[in-house]
Design a protein around this ligand. Structure first.
Ligand code: FES
Length: 105
């Protein structure tokens, strides 16, 4: 995956340890411990999800308050990505539209 926004560059040293994750099924190399929201800003069009009406949303507060950074991580829905550090093998899926709630009947 290519760097979508050059303004989001890491200040980590070049030799920082890295992990392999996937974003929407595409393999990405990430600096170990970087927060998922920062990785998404660095590697995507900065949209972490879309509202039910298709309005794009992007991380805003980067401290767990606004919930604009929600995504699916390893199958767990509505994770606040600004609070979660990446780890090797993590599967990140950006959201589009409303979630399908599980049938609890
Ligand atoms: S960016 Fe606000 S809760 Fe994650």
């Amino acid at each position: 995956m290519t760097l979508a926004h050059a303004r989001w560059k890491s200040c980590a040293p070049d030799k920082a340890p890295t992990v392999q994750v996937s974003i929407d099924g595409q393999k990405v190399t990430a600096i170990a411990g970087i927060r998922v929201a920062a990785l998404l800003l660095q590697n995507t069009s900065a949209e972490t999800r879309h509202n039910h009406d298709g309005t794009p949303r992007t991380p805003y507060c980067m401290m767990g308050v606004c919930h604009e950074c929600l995504a699916v991580i390893d199958g767990k829905t509505t994770e606040r990505t600004c609070l979660i550090p990446v780890y090797n093998g993590m599967r990140i899926t950006r959201c589009s539209g409303p979630f399908q709630l599980p049938d609890v009947r």
